[in-house]
Design a protein around this ligand. Sequence first.
Ligand SMILES: *[C@@H]1O[C@H](CO)[C@@H](O)[C@H](O)[C@H]1NC(C)=O
Ligand SMILES: *[C@@H]1O[C@H](CO)[C@@H](O)[C@H](O)[C@H]1NC(C)=O
Ligand SMILES: *[C@@H]1O[C@H](CO)[C@@H](O)[C@H](O)[C@H]1NC(C)=O
Ligand SMILES: *[C@@H]1O[C@H](CO)[C@@H](O)[C@H](O)[C@H]1NC(C)=O
Length: 345
Amino acid sequence: MTSRISFALGVAALAGLSQLAYAQTNITSSHCISSSEYLSCNRDVADKWGSCVDDCNGNGNCIVDCGCTAHQKYINCMAESCWNQVYSCEYQLFVQQYFAVCPSATEPIPFWPAPDNAPNRCSCDLGKVLQNTLSARNAQVNCVTHVTDQTINNIPTNLGDLGNIGDITKSATECACCGASASISSAWDVCPDTVPRLAGADLWPVFFPSDWPNLYNSVPDFVWGTCDNNFSPNDCKKYGFNNTSDKFYKPGDFPNNGTKTLSNLPGTVTAPPSGTVLTWSQSSTTYTVTATGYDQKAVASQSEYRATATSTDAFATQTSTNGAVGVKPVGVLAFLGVVAAAMVM
Ligand SMILES: *[C@@H]1O[C@H](CO)[C@@H](O)[C@H](O)[C@H]1NC(C)=O
Ligand SMILES: *[C@@H]1O[C@H](CO)[C@@H](O)[C@H](O)[C@H]1NC(C)=O
Ligand SMILES: *[C@@H]1O[C@H](CO)[C@@H](O)[C@H](O)[C@H]1NC(C)=O
Ligand SMILES: *[C@@H]1O[C@H](CO)[C@@H](O)[C@H](O)[C@H]1NC(C)=O
């Protein structure tokens, strides 16, 4: 029991999400194409998640791995028996949660983001907002790497000329302002009518929490609110934030907040969007999932349509190689370490 409690706290701290413990998707099972299978699939995942965590004996990486696998298996439950709800806000929020708790999560994810004009899609394209956040994170890491590489290649032979460290910090801060701005702005840009918080305006601190040095962030103690003075949106393109769909508002310069809450638009998904068989991979695990119930809703005992998810039944080990825990300290600190080493020599 202790491990479960510390698990909940640990993930909450890691992800900035507070009510996660063994959360499933918030889909109402009776809306699923095959509710009883969906319920038993979820129950099975929750049980295995629990024992996976218990077997970790408190080891943090192990516990994070359990969460990754559990989320993947919940996605499989959706693909099997609730594929008619995959464009809903609830599923798109679940994928958001998956990226938040699982450092090794990578695109592509099934049914995400919802295609434009998908039936029963969420009123705000949450997937696009999150994609912008993820790509802004990559661009920021590249930006800082570029800044430090350039400087490292130009380390002056005369140590008295090392006075440009201020410039490095300034450039790295500009990288961070561009990254935060691209992410935060996309909530207003993609979903102008939606309350920004609901549209994903608060995702950035989840992916670059400023109080977790060397975990996600590339500039220690970065404060978004100070970016009014620190960056020029036009320079962001120069720094590699060259996705033309990116908007870069400054902290004091946002459009008015939208006021609508999230809701699912009309329409019905009448056949499994992935075809009857879905194959997808995360880390080294490949899943093959067969959709059920696509012929007629709620017809019991259609054994020929019974869902099966193959892959090892066990919860796989997925030690992360990118994202949160795996992010190398590419930031200013890493560079200063190099300079310090040079000075000692
Ligand atoms: C499910 O709903 C709860 C309660 O509203 C919320 O705290 C949680 O974040 C939701 N989970 C997802 C994945 O949307
Ligand atoms: C630009 O961003 C959009 C939305 O996030 C994404 O679909 C597209 O692939 C990106 N383009 C490039 C060149 O990265
Ligand atoms: C607009 O939304 C943002 C993000 O949630 C929030 O920080 C800000 O206070 C809101 N502004 C107003 C005027 O409500
Ligand atoms: C965008 O920036 C990346 C990284 O700096 C670069 O590899 C890519 O070629 C650029 N794309 C465009 C369209 O400029």
